[in-house]
Design a protein. Structure first.
Length: 393
């Protein structure tokens, strides 16, 4: 991919740029180490096609910048011991803000994308001023817990639902408050309030990014991703890359039509979403936000959860079959803002329901549990600034 004999690359504007070469080659080195783990400079050079001298210079510079660290020397071979290099988890930090319809979450991650701290707030509906006040106070709180963070932050990634302002009735929000999101340039607002660069992505695509980079993406080159949030949504990875689409909302899944049981159709988000379970709790006299207050254990609500799982898995199976009929993927991974045991049950029931459908003419993908879990959206958001700056797309 990168020819060591050519000392120059062409930047996007068409100008030949030596500094652009260094930046691009540094991304190659960092990307190899992110994907494959620690390895010696000679191995990076051999596998990337860069010259040994180029890699040596880059590694030395990245180590000096605190982005790489040395591993234990490998002895027992002829010549000098080989020293593997690895990403320094303490070299970079990033923030991820997930703006949900009922809550917001802020996560601080290290260079590997591993969460260091998480803060959360809940609300009846998202108000612009309140969400950004949460972001600012959260940054201050995280700086107190991690004094080194301000100097290491590379930006703020934001995951937010597609057209957040349109769901007025379901979140029972006043139109004026929600319309402010439509007119807001979130990235510019983050820059103005925090001084940090903002990177904005559809929340389900952000969750898919997290699964691709930190979860089971290493196992599957092509997979569809389903995330069960307040509204169901999804993402798509083809040829090892997350597909965001022309407008950033590829594989959204929520609007997918499914049978309504009355001879017509409804959108998937109205038959397979967590807000429906919250409504069932409210109808039973329970507090709807009890699910968010007990994110790891919903056993107290099993009488309501069980029928919800049955209906949801049936419609997810229809959605999975629709996906498989259009895009050939190896697997469909199911994740969600729910306890791990319920993610496993939902996945198993979806796989069983899909097996009962007419799959003639299809090569059925594996239906399996995703691995990142309920914080996938905020973690994926936090990965956006890191990958925009340090890794290949």
């Amino acid at each position: 991919m990168f020819e060591s004999k050519d000392p120059l690359i062409i930047d996007p504007k068409g100008a030949t740029n030596q500094s652009g070469l260094r930046d691009q080659n540094a991304r190659v080195v960092l990307s190899f180490l992110r994907r494959h783990g620690e390895m010696p400079s000679a191995e990076i050079a051999r596998r990337s096609g860069l010259s040994a001298q180029t890699v040596s210079n880059i590694v030395r510079a990245l180590e000096g910048d605190g982005l790489l660290r040395r591993g234990k020397a490998i002895k027992g071979k002829v010549g000098k011991p080989s020293v593997p290099m690895a990403l320094n988890p303490d070299g970079v930090m990033s923030l991820g803000l997930n703006i949900g319809r009922r809550s917001a979450e802020l996560v601080l991650v290290d260079f590997h994308g591993h969460p260091l701290e998480t803060l959360q707030t809940t609300y009846a509906y998202p108000v612009v001023a309140e969400v950004f006040a949460f972001l600012q106070s959260g940054i201050e709180e995280l700086a107190r817990q991690h004094p080194e963070a301000p100097a290491l932050l590379t930006g703020v990634g934001v995951a937010r639902p597609n057209k957040l302002w349109e769901w007025l009735e379901i979140v029972n929000a006043p139109e004026e408050a929600m319309r402010k999101w439509r007119d807001l340039e979130i990235g510019a607002e983050i820059k103005a309030r925090t001084g940090l660069d903002g990177f904005v992505e559809n929340d389900m695509t952000a969750a898919c990014v997290a699964e691709h980079l930190l979860g089971r993406g290493a196992e599957f080159t092509d997979f569809a991703y389903i995330f069960m949030g307040a509204f169901v949504g999804g993402g798509l990875v083809l040829d090892g890359k997350v597909v965001s689409g022309r407008t950033g909302f590829a594989a959204a899944l929520g609007p997918l039509p499914v049978p309504d049981g009355k001879g017509g159709t409804r959108q998937l988000l109205n038959t397979a979403s967590l807000y429906l379970l919250e409504e069932a709790l409210a109808d039973a006299g329970e507090e709807p936000d009890a699910l968010r207050k007990n994110p790891a254990d919903w056993s107290a609500f099993s009488d309501l959860v069980t029928p919800w799982l049955e209906v949801t898995s049936r419609h997810l199976a229809i959605a999975a079959t629709s996906i498989a009929s259009v895009v050939e993927v190896e697997a469909i991974l199911i994740d969600g803002a729910m306890p791990a045991d319920l993610r496993a049950r939902l996945t198993a029931q979806t796989a069983k329901a899909m097996a009962g459908l007419d799959l003639t003419g299809l090569v059925a993908p594996r239906v399996e549990v995703a691995s990142v879990g309920r914080r996938a959206r905020s973690i994926g958001a936090a990965l956006l600034p890191i990958h925009a700056r340090y890794f290949l797309a």
